[in-house]
Design a protein around this ligand. Structure first.
Ligand SMILES: Cc1ncc(COP(=O)(O)O)c(C=O)c1O
Length: 415
């Protein structure tokens, strides 16, 4: 409420590279980057060319699209997954992955971890509350009936005790859904926990689903799976994949993905789709424009190789180090973390606790955000993504802008 008069939406007009211009003609260095989509910056020429080329061919929906097989093969090649299908948003992909896991295992319950975000499907919008002395899963927000989340267990991320809870529910669990490094706590990168989780879910025949919406193609060409050396049963992708167009992918082992189409078969022999399928549909699935953009993205990433991600990760790491050194030298209670080219304020102190956005520090961060906007920097409340379009000058400008904004807040007695 005290900041109400500072709230206004930024109405964008155009964007290019690391920049966005608003309707008032203000130019910003942008690190929102389409909420993690634009790893090559805004409006890269090669994606624009692919879209224009496809526009000339038309938009054919409802039949098979020539590009789907090619894009699926590229995803398999980069991620090591066996089969792929396409939907339009991350939310849909996660929802479908859960349905596939439930269909294959014939079980209902799933585990998700506190602090994770998996989109706005009712079935994952949950939190835990202590009710009458007992921990219980409850809807995250209004409009979600308790009956829709009855089968969701919310456990502590990175905590070995969670593995014990999984063991205790082994006969009811269809899947464990993981955001490998949570956007809400980037410093928690629990490789050992994930490896143990992989081992346990394999032993218990529970599907391990990696939600790679943010980590996919960002931390490494093979995503968090390649980074942590873990093979999930199903993984979901989006954001970077579509180069700005709406597309998501559900990829996984054939044993799971065959639930979509019944499995491989050929003409002229006795083969047929043997697997009983679940329901999967969507008018816009395999949209030719999205697939054209996705092919351009994947071919570009493939041509550039792992060094693209390595360099971006290194530059982000240096940026975060510089800011943290500054915060420390100024005795400021702010700490930044990063995972690949995603950076964000992280909870100070105990790294297994997720960020508490309602804390008093959030007020200072909110004010800081407005100073940053006023000085021409667009961020997501202090967090953001670097792209290959961000120059060293952009990064230095961001660091200086943060320092100047903090100095302004201090001189006004607000920090
Ligand atoms: C990890 C993760 N999963 C799922 C989603 C949902 O994706 P979408 O917004 O495309 O539905 C997001 C979105 O930010 C995400 O970060």
């Amino acid at each position: 409420m005290p900041l109400k008069e500072l709230c206004y939406p930024i109405i964008t007009k155009k964007s290019l590279g690391s920049r966005i211009w608003d309707v008032d003609g203000n130019e910003y260095v942008d690190v929102v980057m389409g909420l993690g989509i634009n790893i090559f910056g805004h409006n890269p020429l090669f994606i624009k060319a692919a879209l224009l080329e496809q526009l000339e061919e038309g938009i054919q929906i409802g039949l098979q699209t020539e590009l789907a097989g090619e894009v699926a093969e590229l995803i398999c090649e980069m991620t090591g997954m066996e089969r792929v299908t396409f939907s339009n948003t991350g939310t849909e992909a996660v929802m479908t992955a859960i349905r596939i896991a439930r269909a294959v295992t014939n079980r209902s319950k799933i585990v998700i971890f506190s602090g994770s975000y998996h989109g706005h499907f009712d079935g994952t919008l949950v939190k835990v509350r202590k009710l009458e002395g007992k921990l219980q899963t409850v809807p995250l927000t209004c409009g979600i009936p308790q009956s829709l989340i009855e089968d969701v267990l919310v456990l502590d991320y990175g905590n070995p005790e969670s593995l014990e809870v999984i063991k205790a529910h082994k006969n009811e669990l269809a899947a464990v859904l993981v955001e490998p490094v949570q956007d809400s706590n980037l410093n928690l990168q629990p490789q050992e926990f994930l490896q143990q989780l992989r081992q346990l879910t394999t032993e218990l025949d529970i599907a391990l689903i990696f939600d790679e919406m943010i980590t996919g193609f960002r931390i490494h060409p093979g995503g968090a799976q390649a980074w942590f050396g873990i093979k999930a049963d199903i993984a979901t992708y989006g954001k970077i994949l579509g180069g700005g167009m709406p597309i998501s992918a559900i990829a996984g082992k054939a044993a799971y993905m065959d639930k979509i189409d019944g499995g491989m078969w050929n003409y002229g022999d006795s083969s047929f789709p043997k697997v009983k399928t679940t329901f999967f549909a969507g008018t816009y699935c395999k949209h030719p424009l999205s697939l054209a953009a996705a092919r351009a993205v994947l071919e570009h990433l493939k041509a550039q190789g792992e060094s693209l991600q390595r360099q971006l990760n290194q530059r982000t790491s240096q940026f975060v180090q510089t800011l943290n050194d500054y915060f420390e030298s100024e005795n400021l209670p702010i700490k930044m973390g990063h995972f690949g080219s995603l950076f964000a304020p992280v909870p100070a102190g105990n790294s297994t606790q997720s960020k508490d956005v309602s804390s008093s520090g959030a007020m200072g961060l909110n004010l800081l955000s407005y100073h940053l906007i006023e000085k021409g920097l667009l961020s997501r409340g202090g967090s953001g993504f670097f792209s290959t379009a961000h120059t060293d000058e952009d990064i230095n400008y961001i660091i200086q802008t943060v320092k100047d904004s903090i100095s302004d807040l201090r001189s006004g007695g607000l920090l």
